[in-house]
Ligand binder design. Structure first.
Ligand SMILES: Nc1ncnc2c1ncn2[C@@H]1O[C@H](COP(=O)(O)OP(=O)(O)OP(=O)(O)O)[C@@H](O)[C@H]1O
Ligand SMILES: [Mg+2]
Length: 440
């Protein structure tokens, strides 16, 4: 399974990278195409405007009056150069109209109209001179302003040239493709996010799978021992000699009781594991005397605490203790908190655990305080996450899955309650739980 996951993950990564690469090169060639396209269009525009300017030198002819009969002196004909006919603004407007017609509205341009006799730009736009300073980025297109060959004005006036420059053609091409780029970028991000999420889910699934396997292995083993022990004890109890000996009777029944408790803990762990898949807990809500359950759970810890030389202080002071809760989950909840309080005690200090209850009109509150190793602030923030276990100090000689508190939190929330953790590293921790009381 592991190898297959890796293969799938790397193949998908490869495919995604490939798609991105193709997309990039495609966008690149699109920019280049667009660049050529803009250039071609501007070239056509320049030609067209140049022709228009050239034709206008013959304006009078268009209106039917021949402006230069043979007796007209040459000096008059000179009045018809384009530069003399049009202001810069008018030429600019002509070009702009063409740009609009070609849907190049967002392409900036500058122009100049030169007299070829002296190479002097008689008409030009405001920033036209800039292009000569930056010929690397400016693209220039030059067209002669010449009357069509064979017309009467041909070679009567000095030649002129119309120059249109586009500052930074690449940028212009890029700008006109921007919506495409943005869309491509957004889609790529979505693909990446979805891909990342898939990998994460796969990783999580794998982790859950591993833990479950561990679990089932442990559990079958752990159940076999108490079952075998109980079976032996029961066999012994059937023996008549044993039945007559009261001390033996209580000895064997004590064994059965202990093994029974052990199995109970096992069941609780299984419940925690079952929670891995399901998000919601199915509750069997009943009015529950909380104090009694707490007392029962606490009894199971007395021995463990005594072994360590510690003590448990119960302050069951709540006036109302009838809560609306699921018996199994509620006792597991208390059990988990107690278990942590004992597990994460300091090594050389006898553990002292204080469990206090209180109640208001609506809520029942449990406060569990210990003098254990405590946690730093970052740890406290994360303890309710599945699988989270603190990494500091010598905690890792203590076993656990990191599921206890995430289970506790789910249970509390399924009961419409609240849980709060406070802790100081090296001093101890305190967990507070609010649960709604059974309405009467
Ligand atoms: N009373 C406590 N004092 C100090 N640290 C605690 C306490 N309770 C929980 N922690 C920290 O929070 C972590 C998560 O606790 P949680 O009960 O969820 O998992 P666990 O005890 O490691 O494993 P398990 O699933 O067996 O309960 C623990 O590993 C520990 O680092
Ligand atoms: Mg725990």
């Amino acid at each position: 399974v592991k190898r297959r996951t890796i293969i799938i993950a790397s193949l998908t990564t490869l495919a995604v990278l490939g798609v991105i690469f193709i997309q990039l090169s495609w966008l690149d060639s699109m920019t280049r195409l667009r660049k050529d396209q803009i250039y071609d269009k501007v070239e056509a525009i320049t030609g067209r405007v140049a022709d228009e300017l050239a034709a206008s030198r013959n304006v009078s002819a268009a209106s039917g009056i021949r402006p230069f009969a043979l007796d007209v002196p040459y000096e008059d004909i000179h009045a018809f150069t384009a530069a003399q006919r049009f202001t810069s603004q008018e030429i600019y407007e002509k070009i702009r109209l063409q740009f609009l017609a070609q849907e190049l509205d967002d392409v900036p341009f500058e122009f100049g109209l030169a007299n070829l006799a002296n190479n002097y730009f008689q008409r030009k736009s405001a920033k036209f001179n800039d292009w000569s300073l930056d010929s690397a980025n400016y693209k220039q297109i030059v067209k002669y302003v010449r009357p069509p060959s064979g017309s009467e004005t041909e070679s009567l006036v000095g030649d002129e040239a119309l120059v249109i420059v586009i500052p930074n053609l690449k940028n212009a091409a890029f700008r006109s493709l921007r919506p495409t780029f943005v869309l491509a970028g957004v889609l790529t991000i979505i693909i990446f996010a979805a891909f990342g999420f898939t990998l994460w889910t796969m990783w999580r699934q794998k982790k859950l799978g591993d833990i479950k396997n561990d679990f089932i292995n442990n559990m079958t083993h752990e159940f076999k021992t108490p079952i075998a022990t109980i079976s032996l004890a029961v066999d012994a109890l059937r023996n008549e000699k044993v039945q007559r000996d009261v001390s033996k009777l209580s000895y064997f029944s004590e064994i059965i009781k202990e093994e029974n408790q052990r199995m109970n803990r096992q069941v609780e762990t299984i419940l925690k594991a079952a929670l891995l898949d399901r998000q919601e807990i199915e509750l069997n809500l009943k009015p529950l005397p909380a104090h009694q359950i707490i007392q029962d759970v606490a009894d199971n810890f007395v021995l463990r605490l005594q072994e360590k030389g510690g003590a448990l202080e119960l302050n069951l002071k709540a006036e109302q203790d009838l809560i609306k809760a699921d018996e199994v989950h509620f006792s597991n909840l208390v059990n988990n908190l107690m278990d942590n309080a004992v597990k994460y005690s300091k090594e050389n200090v006898p553990p002292k655990i204080c469990l206090a209850t209180s109640s208001t009109d609506k809520n029942f509150t449990i406060r569990l305080e210990d003098n254990g190793i405590g946690m730093n602030r970052e740890t406290v923030k994360r303890i309710f996450e599945k699988f989270y276990r603190a990494h500091t100090g010598n905690i890792h000689n203590v076993k656990g899955f990191g599921l206890g508190l995430s289970y506790v939190k789910s249970v509390v929330e399924a009961h419409d309650g609240h849980i709060k953790a406070e802790s100081t590293l090296g001093k101890g921790s305190c967990f507070t739980i609010d649960l709604p009381l059974q309405k009467t």
